[in-house]
Design a protein around this ligand. Structure first.
Ligand SMILES: [Zn+2]
Length: 66
């Protein structure tokens, strides 16, 4: 078996990050805590199944330029 440096640390084409605590994909919101609309889009606070609080920014196309 060869160790190819170009394939180091990659698991297929899935690039989504998972929680280091419970493995929940960060693309999915387990429980939405609160939402805050800002100029760049919308900030959403979500909670993980393991209880960890996360903050995500959903950018709205066209909201920044102007
Ligand atoms: Zn978690």
């Amino acid at each position: 078996m060869d160790t190819d440096p170009t394939q180091h640390g990659t698991h297929g084409t899935h690039t989504s990050t998972r929680c280091s605590g419970c493995g929940w994909p960060e693309d999915e919101a387990y429980r939405v805590v609160s939402r805050h609309t800002v100029s760049a889009g919308q900030i959403v606070y979500t909670r993980c199944p393991c209880g960890r609080l996360r903050v995500r920014l959903f950018r709205v196309p066209g909201a920044v330029h102007g």
